[in-house]
Design a protein around this ligand. Structure first.
Ligand SMILES: Cc1cc2nc3c(=O)[nH]c(=O)nc-3n(C[C@H](O)[C@H](O)[C@H](O)COP(=O)(O)OP(=O)(O)OC[C@H]3O[C@@H](n4cnc5c(N)ncnc54)[C@H](O)[C@@H]3O)c2cc1C
Length: 492
């Protein structure tokens, strides 16, 4: 059921409110410039507008997308701590609805990191065991971010550098990776880099953490988690190349709207106040922050909602593309299309299993961790195969295209386009549009980045598999296997 905002009723954050907050003076480095007002820069304006659209969608679908926080305001369901199964289902359906607004192409939409924080709060005892002051800081930050419905991104991976040793073993370069330089009365001063802040140009604040293994006795200075506004003095956002700049809706229908950007973030002697510091000095706690709480399961359940939407989109695109080229009913092509549909339904089925077969932990109802890890590993393998199939189906049709929208304005070039872009089921213009959409999804820089994203955003594949290995019920499986030998006891 959808509702529109009513005057006098609790309201949710709007796109306009988001837009008024985003040019906050943060330092964004791109193409040799340092911007301090970035939202209307061609590299970012398309994605900023898409995020504003998400907030407007939320504000006009209050029942489906939000919950009443305190009678004064409604905030995203991603901030709700699920105590009943319906609440888990409600947040999952809200994520699906938002994913549909970006057709699955915004990975770090605002419901991702808010889900991670909610998952930390459902297991606040893990932080209390680490340090009561840090737990209090997290609780108070959660309340602050939730009542403002803030958009957070995160950087929870150390920069690649030299992975053969842990950060503390690089004595010549101790602050390549973000670490504590000193403590003050106000907090800790940190310096160094974190990768890879997807949507750092779009979000209000950044949550910092560590998913990489850290060595006790060596790496304590890197054992940190905190959250800061992205305009905090000393934070420098080092943008990758933009796939949106120079794009347009005709030639790059996805890049122009959904290039959420990724950035290395450098912290140059940044003060982290004590009240924003959630983990400090305990190497094991960095892992427990995500894996002994529901942070990872809630944030990546949102990711599965998004991936489900994206795969439906790509499957539909493959079907239309092959109808246009006249091959959709060939048996070999139906088989490939069937395989895409099958993989899409498999991911959708995994997403449903996460939300329909939850576990109860304390007061909360959350997805099962071992199933979540399995979903991460499966999704990382499915996506590259999916893109390979789409490429097989496309042939050269995604390349034999007009160079740009400007060709449409040249009468001679347009006439030649009409002459050469033949299909028996679509106009030449539709054919060109569908093929450009397909190339943007699978072959453009934007499309290639998405392949890398799906393979890595939840960590490398070997890590996903090792998490499954740690959680799987090996004893149960072994007992089942060995039960087949029970009746052969006489041979022993
Ligand atoms: C598009 C994109 C967006 C991202 N967005 C974010 C974000 O918003 N926030 C964030 O925090 N992170 C983000 N990441 C970072 C992501 O979490 C990391 O890329 C991921 O954790 C893998 O780490 P890495 O890139 O350093 O690769 P590495 O850890 O260096 O691994 C690369 C490869 O090296 C090999 N390898 C490395 N170590 C081992 C080992 N011990 N044993 C065997 N093989 C090994 C494997 O083949 C592995 O696949 C993003 C990444 C991408 C690509």
């Amino acid at each position: 059921m959808s509702t529109s905002p009513r005057s006098g009723a609790a309201q949710a954050r709007t796109g306009q409110q988001y837009l008024s907050a985003i040019d906050d003076g943060r330092q964004v480095f791109i193409n040799g410039q340092c911007l301090t007002r970035h939202s209307q820069h061609p590299a970012f304006s398309g994605a900023v507008a898409s995020v504003a659209g998400l907030y407007d969608y939320q504000a006009s679908h209050l029942e489906d997308m939000t919950f009443d926080l305190d009678g004064q305001r409604r905030v995203s369901k991603a901030w709700e701590l699920p105590q009943r199964h319906e609440q888990l289902l409600g947040r999952a359906h809200a994520s699906l609805a938002w994913a549909r607004q970006s057709l699955g192409w915004l990975g770090r939409s605002p419901d991702h990191v808010s889900a991670a924080l909610s998952g930390m709060l459902t297991h606040i005892e893990v932080f209390e065991a680490h340090c009561p002051d840090r737990a209090a800081a997290l609780k108070s930050y959660f309340a602050y971010a939730r009542e403002r419905d803030l958009y957070l991104t995160y950087t929870i991976v150390n920069p690649q550098g030299d992975r053969s040793r842990s950060p503390g073993e690089h004595a010549q370069n101790l602050y390549h990776t973000l670490g504590v330089v000193k403590e003050t009365d106000a907090g800790v001063i940190v310096t160094g880099a974190k990768m890879l802040g997807t949507a750092a140009v779009l979000a209000d604040e950044v949550l910092v953490g560590v998913q990489n293994p850290l060595k006790p006795g060596v790496d304590e200075r890197y054992a940190l988690s905190f959250a800061l506004p992205l305009n905090t003095p000393g934070i420098k956002i080092l943008s990758r190349v933009s796939y949106a700049e120079g794009s347009n809706r005709f030639d790059h229908p996805l890049s122009s709207r959904f290039d959420e950007n990724d950035a290395l973030i450098y912290f140059d002697n940044v003060l982290v106040p004590w009240e924003r510091l959630f983990v400090y000095g305990d190497t094991g706690m960095c892992r427990r922050q995500f894996h002994s709480t529901a942070a990872e399961v809630l944030m990546d359940t949102q990711s599965l909602a998004r991936l489900t939407t994206k795969l439906h989109f790509l499957t539909g695109l493959a079907q239309r593309m092959t109808e246009i080229t006249g091959v959709s009913d060939f048996p070999a092509v139906r088989e490939l299309l069937g395989e895409m549909a099958c993989n899409t339904l498999m991911i959708e089925g995994l997403f449903k299993s996460l939300i329909h077969c939850p576990v109860t932990q304390g007061k909360y109802v959350v997805p099962d961790k071992k199933h979540l890890y399995m979903c991460q590993a499966v999704a990382q393998s499915v996506y590259p195969k999916f893109i390979e199939t789409l490429r097989k189906l496309a042939g050269g049709g995604v390349i034999m295209l007009p160079s740009s929208v400007d060709d449409l304005a040249n009468p001679q070039a347009r006439a030649l386009m009409e002459q050469t872009q033949y299909s028996s089921v679509a106009s030449p213009l539709e054919r060109v549009q569908v093929m450009k959409l397909a190339w943007d999804a699978m072959g453009s820089e934007f499309g290639s980045r998405h392949l890398q994203y799906e393979m890595f955003y939840s960590g490398p594949h070997f890590v996903a598999l090792s998490r499954v290995h740690s959680e799987y019920d090996w004893e149960g499986a072994k007992a089942l296997a060995c039960s087949a030998l029970a009746e052969t006891a006489e041979f022993r």
